[in-house]
Design a protein around this ligand. Structure first.
Ligand code: CTP
Ligand code: CA
Length: 227
């Protein structure tokens, strides 16, 4: 029997993890996006791979090196991430949606640079992007154990619990991004992991340490559910 060392305990477990922002083009030179750095998702991918898992990382545009042993697919827009995520999800045991997916995109992308014009106001017409994690959690065949993130500034746990239920997730990681040292672009984070019938708070620590705890907790909950 193999000892449960840090490097071998997740051998054979397949993860798909999304990370970073998405970028929604307005015209050939402009886009809508957000402040996600990708650091949390990359830390999760690094931790799972270091524990011996088979990891696919689907990343929006970020300035980060691919963690050792991780298979990476780069995408730009939410629609591209949606396609790549669903393709990978059906061959995964665990899906973690850590990406800050843009909720909306331009209804029409201009093919040439938009000109300023004489008006003092500009109205953008936006349409909703697909909800990637809800699509993964809603799969009827080959549905992976699905874990979301909820970045909130207020009523953090209550909004996160609502998302756990409405998106039919197995777990959700509630992230209070109003805290000065947590969340976007920080090297540290603090979260509460929630599931039906339980929760665990993980205090402010490095994203690397936090990622290791999260991967361990998620894998445990996954094996409890599937046995
Ligand atoms: N998510 C997704 N696809 C989207 C929007 C969000 O997969 N189009 C995922 C995120 O990756 C995250 C979870 O849904 O795992 C929650 O994201 P969040 O932005 O907090 O939730 P929304 O449902 O978009 O709600 P809102 O932004 O209004 O709070
Ligand atoms: Ca959102």
């Amino acid at each position: 029997e193999r000892p449960a060392t840090a490097t071998s305990r997740l051998t054979g477990l397949r993860f798909t993890i999304t990370a970073g922002p998405t970028r929604e083009a307005l015209d050939p030179v402009r886009y809508l996006s957000n402040h996600s750095s990708g650091k949390m998702g990359f830390a999760l991918a690094a931790a799972a791979a270091a524990m011996g898992a088979d990891v696919t990382l689907i990343s929006g545009p970020v300035q980060l090196a691919t963690p050792a042993g991780v298979k990476r697919t780069d995408v730009i827009s939410a629609q591209q991430m949606h396609e790549a995520a669903l393709k990978a999800a059906v061959n995964s045991d665990i899906f973690i949606g850590c990406a800050a997916v843009a909720d909306y995109r331009a209804a029409e992308v201009a093919t040439s640079k938009l000109k300023k014009g004489s008006s003092e106001q500009l109205q953008l017409n936006l349409i909703k992007n697909p909800d990637i994690i809800a699509a993964v959690a809603g799969l009827t065949k080959q549905r992976p154990f699905t874990v979301g993130f909820a970045a909130e500034t207020n009523d953090v746990l209550s909004y996160a619990r609502k998302k756990l239920t409405s998106k039919k997730l197995d777990m959700i990681c509630a992230n209070d991004v109003s805290q000065p040292d947590a969340g976007f672009n920080s090297d540290q984070n603090a979260v509460t992991l929630l599931w039906q019938g339980g929760e665990q708070t993980l205090a402010l620590q490095s994203k690397a340490a936090l990622a290791e705890s999260l991967i361990t907790l998620i894998s445990k909950q996954f094996s409890n559910k599937s046995t």
